[in-house]
Design a protein around this ligand. Structure first.
Ligand SMILES: Nc1nc2c(ncn2[C@@H]2O[C@H](COP(=O)(O)OP(=O)(O)OP(=O)(O)O)[C@@H](O)[C@H]2O)c(=O)[nH]1
Ligand SMILES: [Mg+2]
Length: 457
């Protein structure tokens, strides 16, 4: 079986890159606005719209120029001119830094379009940087993550990926797999070469044994990194009147949900967010679960049950001042397969006698024991905030694919299957690793990723 290991890469040499334009800054009144122009004709097009000729520029240059439409002056601007490949996109690129008026920016963009540029699509600059091999796919995704980060911790983690630290983790795995696959291929295609090392089952098993724990660690780090980056959905559930809404308010430090002593006060999901030691908790206060004749309330109860299933973590609130009843038990039963914390509220009404339980008083804001329990349940290790990790669903999915394929290769080797059959799984693992970096032929996947970016990035 002949495997063309390196045949899947894109041939970019003959591709022509149309010149694209977009506003890189927010479309609002500000001191300055930045318009980006990138592509094969970027210098020529900007020259047609400005008082300066850029076509002879061969290295990075900063110019002051008038932006003009024929005789009409539109604005005075600074042009940051980057000669490709030494630019963000790898192409000729001009950043027009003009006055921060939406009108001026739009006028300049229209002018550039009239001279041959076209409006960029979402993420097209980053996409070009990727296609021109300035960055890999992990770095490209990190650009979006840095911009969208809502906590300093999430931003710092994404910066590590942007710098290439995360990609650096899996490059040795890629090399190791490429080595063994090449060896297998040579062994199969050129059996007459006796001086070449032989890739036998033992070498395959020892390679896999070396790689599996590494990938396992990256999956674990990735899952934790995902929590730091995206936060977790925390559902607060329980029967009516146990103090769920009071708990939401105590966690948020504001009176967001309505609290009354009437059972069935909350009808819909009430949401809020807090940052708990660097992790965002997306809190969901739910309607108290019970059988109800009331149409609105029973819809709310259905939503509560659905929320239990959707949540990453479920907090089941019990009333410490009352004995557990059938309804409490039913709620405990329906949440038993979820990651969950059981908490006893209204501790002010009782004498605490069980040290194993978590007691709080939502009403008076005594909830630190619960906060500690939540953080512990998330399993966040201290080094997660500074460890580069492959932490989005795409990257984690591919890591798992690589892991399963390697496990299969090992099983096949242990079952004494032929080397070329074993190598099919090794090859699958290799492709999964290449796909993480965007090095396999997967234009469609990258298109999917870049469509989530905003224009101008
Ligand atoms: N003593 C005491 N009362 C509390 C505590 N927490 C909540 N309560 C009271 O319990 C009652 C119900 O509180 P809520 O927060 O509305 O309860 P809930 O679970 O959201 O109720 P539903 O929305 O009806 O499902 C209110 O009268 C609260 O003041 C507490 O820690 N101690
Ligand atoms: Mg409520």
């Amino acid at each position: 079986m002949k495997m063309h290991l390196y045949g899947a890469f894109l041939n970019l040499k003959n591709m022509k890159f149309e010149t694209i334009v977009a506003l890189a800054t927010a479309p609002m009144k500000s001191a300055l606005a930045v318009i980006r122009v990138s592509g094969d004709d970027a210098f020529e097009i900007v020259s047609k719209c400005s008082s300066k000729d850029l076509t002879k520029i061969t290295k990075r240059t900063l110019l002051i120029a008038n932006i003009v439409d024929g005789d009409k002056e539109i604005d005075e601007a600074v042009l940051a001119v980057y000669k490709g490949p030494k630019s963000f996109t790898g192409e000729d690129l001009v950043e027009i830094i003009c006055h921060g008026s939406v009108l001026i920016a739009n006028e300049i963009i229209q002018l550039l379009i009239s001279k041959g540029a076209r409006m960029a699509t979402n993420g097209e600059y980053s996409s070009r940087a990727f296609l021109n091999q300035k960055i890999d796919l992990v770095q490209a995704e990190a650009i979006n993550d840095v911009i969208n980060a809502t906590t300093a911790e999430a931003k710092n983690l994404s910066i590590l990926s942007l710098k290439g630290d995360t990609s650096g983790l899996i490059v040795p795995i890629k090399t190791r797999l490429a080595d063994i696959l090449s060896l297998i291929e040579v062994n199969i295609d050129y059996p007459e070469y006796e001086d070449i090392e032989v890739a036998n089952k033992e070498t395959i098993i020892s390679t896999v044994d070396e790689l599996l724990p590494q990938i396992e660690k990256y999956i674990k780090d990735g899952n934790q990194g995902k929590i730091v980056k995206e936060g977790v959905k925390v559902a607060i559930v329980g029967k009516p009147n146990v103090g769920k809404s009071s708990l939401l308010n105590a966690l948020l430090g504001e009176s967001k949900a309505i609290v009354t002593d009437i059972a069935g006060t909350t009808r819909d999901i009430v949401e809020g967010e807090i940052n708990l030691n660097g992790v965002v908790l997306h809190l969901l206060d739910t309607a108290g679960i019970r059988d109800s004749e009331d149409k609105v309330e029973s819809i709310g109860v259905d939503k509560s049950k659905a929320t239990i299933q959707e949540a990453d973590l479920v907090i089941v609130v019990l009333d410490a001042s009352n004995k557990l009843d059938a309804l409490d038990k039913e709620i405990l039963e329906m949440s038993k397969d979820k990651k969950r914390i059981i908490v006893y509220n209204k501790k002010d009404l009782i004498n605490i006698n069980n040290k194993d339980n978590i007691y709080i008083s939502a009403q008076s804001g005594e909830i630190n024991s619960l906060k500690d329990a939540i953080y512990k349940e998330l399993g966040i290790e201290d080094n997660v905030f500074t460890t580069p990790s492959l932490n989005n669903a795409r990257q984690l999915g591919l890591l798992k694919k690589a892991y399963e394929s390697l496990k299969k290769a090992k099983e096949d080797a242990e079952m004494d299957l032929s080397i070329d059959l074993i190598s099919v799984s090794l090859y699958d693992a290799y492709v999964a690793i290449l796909e993480i970096l965007g090095e396999a032929n997967q234009l469609d996947i990258s298109k999917e990723i870049f469509s989530r970016f905003c224009v101008g990035k």
